[in-house]
Design a protein around this ligand. Structure first.
Ligand SMILES: O=c1ccn([C@@H]2O[C@H](COP(=O)(O)OP(=O)(O)O[C@H]3O[C@H](CO)[C@@H](O)[C@H](O)[C@H]3O)[C@@H](O)[C@H]2O)c(=O)[nH]1
Ligand SMILES: [Mn+2]
Length: 769
């Protein structure tokens, strides 16, 4: 095993799997023991306790189960180190595999073209031997927007300056908006010459920004060179033929300014076909690139995720080439890292601790999950092949051992695609690049049509899997279930970076989509338990997937649990032991140990107590809002009442100071712009937490009133329920403030109204008891 892992025999190693020390092992068991003790008390007291007691038992059993799942996922964390400097010593650079790089964008308003442009420029400029021949960049545009296409064409012409500039000066961050957000230090190598160069390129970049931002669609179509935009004439976003445009053909460029091909793709759309959102776009990219450049490795990033480390492809190659067996590197995922983040993570979006604990733990069982962006795949794994399989090897000379009919049923009927897939599946790496891509445009359009996939296995066993809003995790799971393993790629500086969503609505919408997607997976035929029984997913991998899929279910369970304290106060029952009974110790001890444990995890990652509290608070808020609504959306979808749609997260317009500017749409708020403060809109996602906040205020008030003016002694509400309500109010503080806040910092009246109706119903229910 060790030899296979270090790989390369006598040659110098390219990668190393480093086990990390696990310090919290004891604490894990202490919390587990307290859970067991609590459950035992519950069961013992079942006769005396009422409905509240039984609900509490069910919820706590779930929490204990999730704790076990997490223990499994975090059990043996590892880190992978990569040594790109050793690549050169391993002989010819021919060994380095070609990579097709994919970028997806879906809406020129929510995702301003300059965001995509910066991502593309950072990819075109990465360091890689023979980059111009081995790399190609494909952008898929689900909006079929001439603005995006124009922006990319302009980006290609700017790249002729930008890429050589980056290479000349070894630029560290190759997304121009980030690079130009700071001024170079005086006395930098190259002196004045460099500074002149810098100033010139900066001016050119600013011109590019102006051209792209000033462009408007109708002018482009009317007078921008008519020929170029002809395909965008009279098209509708949801109804148009496939467009494939080569914006930069490297083979036609002059020496000295060579960089990877840049190709614009917009798949055919028609109202009579389902498009499967990003998963559908990715499958089109996989096929289009297959008939054009057919690199054995693909990289995909979201439109706002730029390459932050110019050596990223080399690092990935260390993993892809560094094992003796391909099975270990079905895909290589870089963690999701954010730039320009707000201090102490006010919206709980940075997930640093999750990556450190769950991420490196899952890496330890070769089960790093695919998170949709910043991931290198083996094309072979995308095509649904199992590791070390090779069709064509069995019959010498021919490359077609799948019968033609079967092949067609699986991959579709394009001849060019068939040829390209066969060469990948036969495992004859490296695949020779196709020299003249311009003669492949028609073939590319053919595989980008709506009809192409019908009757094939695309979206099931082949490519990105359909049927979940989180197509990423599902696709990764399919690849693991085929027997592949995956690796977490942590480089310094981080490989890719993107901006975090800011403000209540953007964050909760994103979380809601994830919840929807994850819950869709559990109740589908792709659920990991079936994959373990019938496919090659291993038990511990299955359990660690379950620990992620548990998130949306948590929404429902936490809601039930959160209703218990106010319910008990209003109905004068108790679900926690009344002090000073002996068992008062167990829940309190659990509460304290659990929170200390979780704070220690933050501390170990170098985060402040404030960051911990913000995350804790946001977890309670997202559970009762986004996770819950995701859960409900799927239930409604299952009974046919609604449909889940992919709501694209709005990206901040990038400004030249290198950070996302706040939304500057309403001027009145500009003065007290506080990016860290929670914001609201009228979306239903805000209703449940608003209702919970109101209910807890009501319960605390009712309890206090009864304590002061009540008559009978045993009419006193339990101290622990009282404390629980108080703690919840602390967690829901942004909403409590929102009840009285103004503008976008205040909860809209429509939400407050709906929430109070829910509260009224709940109170009536309690009175009816
Ligand atoms: O119909 C669609 C919808 C989205 N996208 C693209 O998908 C990407 C991710 O969309 P975004 O709104 O930014 O979602 P996030 O929540 O930030 O994305 C995370 O979660 C998604 C699954 O919910 C994954 O697909 C992403 O890779 C992952 O970064 C973007 O490049 C979009 O352009 C499409 O191409 N077509
Ligand atoms: Mn995103």
């Amino acid at each position: 095993m060790a030899a296979a892992v270090v790989g390369g025999g006598m040659r110098r190693k390219l990668q190393e799997r480093v086990p990390l020390r696990r310090t919290a092992l004891l604490a894990d068991f202490v919390v587990l023991f307290l859970f067991v003790a609590l459950l035992a008390r519950r069961v013992a007291g079942l006769d005396g306790g009422g409905a509240a007691w039984r609900v509490a038992l069910a919820c706590e059993a779930w929490f204990a189960f999730v704790w076990l799942l997490n223990m499994n996922a975090k059990w043996n964390p590892v880190r992978f180190d990569t040594y790109p400097e050793n690549l050169a010593e391993r002989g010819s650079i021919d060994e380095l595999l070609a990579v097709d790089m994919f970028v997806t964008t879906a809406d020129p308003v929510l995702e301003p073209p300059m965001v995509t442009v910066n991502t593309v420029l950072s990819l075109l400029a990465v360091d890689y031997p023979a980059a111009d021949e081995k790399l190609a960049c494909y952008v898929h545009d689900d909006a079929c927007s001439p603005l995006t296409c124009y922006a990319l064409r302009e980006a290609a012409s700017f790249a002729r300056l930008w890429v050589p500039f980056c290479r000349r000066h070894g630029v560290a961050v190759r997304a121009p908006f980030r690079y130009f957000s700071s001024t170079p230090e005086l006395g930098t190598a190259g002196g004045n010459e460099f500074l002149d160069d810098w100033a010139f390129i900066k001016r050119e970049y600013e011109k590019l920004v102006r051209r792209v931002e000033d462009a408007d669609e109708s002018t482009l179509l009317r007078q921008g060179d008519g020929e170029f935009f002809a395909e965008f004439m009279d098209v509708e976003r949801t109804n148009h033929p496939a467009i494939v445009k080569i914006l930069w053909d490297n083979s036609k460029s002059r020496a000295g300014e060579r960089f990877p091909h840049l190709i614009y793709v917009s798949r055919e759309k028609s109202p009579s076909h389902h498009h499967y959102y990003k998963a559908g776009a990715m499958n089109v990219l996989a096929r289009v690139s297959a008939v054009m450049t057919n690199a054995p490795i693909t990289l995909n990033v979201d439109c706002d995720m730029f390459a932050n480390n110019p050596q990223v492809v080399l690092h990935a190659m260390c993993v892809l080439l560094g094992f003796d067996d391909e099975i270990y590197s079905g895909f290589v995922q870089a963690p999701r890292k954010l730039y320009g983040t707000l201090k102490d993570d006010p919206f709980g979006t940075q997930q640093e601790v999750i990556y450190k604990t769950l991420g490196s733990g899952m890496a330890g069982i070769w089960c790093t999950f695919y998170n949709g962006s910043g991931c290198f795949h083996r094309r072979k794994a995308i095509y649904g092949a199992t590791p070390n399989s090779s069709i064509g090897a069995r019959r010498e000379g021919t490359t077609d051992s799948l019968p033609p009919k079967e092949f067609e049923n699986k991959f579709g009927s394009s001849e060019e695609l068939k040829e390209s897939i066969t060469s990948i599946l036969s495992g004859n790496l490296p695949v020779e690049p196709i020299v003249d891509i311009s003669c492949r445009v028609e073939a590319a359009k053919e595989v980008a049509t709506c009809k192409y996939e019908s009757g094939t296995r695309w979206g099931r066993e082949v490519g990105w899997v359909y049927g979940s809003m989180t197509e990423d995790i599902l696709t990764g799971q399919r690849i693991h279930a085929a027997g592949w393993r995956s690796v977490l790629l942590e480089t310094e500086p981080p490989a890719f970076m993107c901006a975090a969503p800011i403000g209540g609505p953007a964050c909760l919408t994103q979380f809601k989509r994830w919840a929807t997607g994850l819950f869709e997976i559990i109740i589908s035929r792709n659920n990991p338990i079936l994959m373990t029984v019938f496919r090659r997913l291993r038990l511990r991998q299955c359990l660690s997937y379950l620990s992620i899929y548990a998130w949306p279910v948590r929404g429902f369970i936490e809601l039930c649990y959160a209703l218990l304290p106010p319910y008990c106060i209003l109905t004068n029952q108790s679900f926690l032991p009344k002090a000073p009974q002996d068992v008062f110790g167990i829940p309190l001890a659990l509460f304290l140990t659990y929170n200390t444990y979780s704070y220690m995890e933050y501390k170990k990652c170098g985060l402040s107590v404030h960051a911990w509290w913000n995350n804790h608070k946001m977890q309670r808020i997202t559970s009762a809002s986004a996770w819950l609504l995701g859960f409900l959306t799927v239930l409604l979808k299952t009974v046919g009442l609604s449909e889940a749609v992919f709501e694209v997260t709005p990206k901040e317009k990038i400004t030249s100071d290198g950070n996302g500017g706040g939304n500057d749409d309403d001027d009145d708020d500009k003065v007290d712009l506080d990016l860290g403060r929670f914001t609201f809109d009228a979306s239903p996602v805000f209703i449940p937490v608003t209702a919970l906040a109101m209910l807890n205020i009501l319960a605390v008030a009712a309890g206090a009133w009864r304590a002061c003016f009540g008559t009978a002694q045993d009419d006193l509400p339990g101290v622990s329920e009282f404390m629980a309500c108080g703690w919840m109010l602390l967690c829901f503080l942004p909403f409590v403030r929102g009840l009285v806040g103004k503008g976008r910092y205040g909860i809209p009246w429509s939400v407050k109204l709906k929430a109070s109706l829910l509260v009224a119903m709940f109170v009536l229910l309690c009175r009816g008891k």
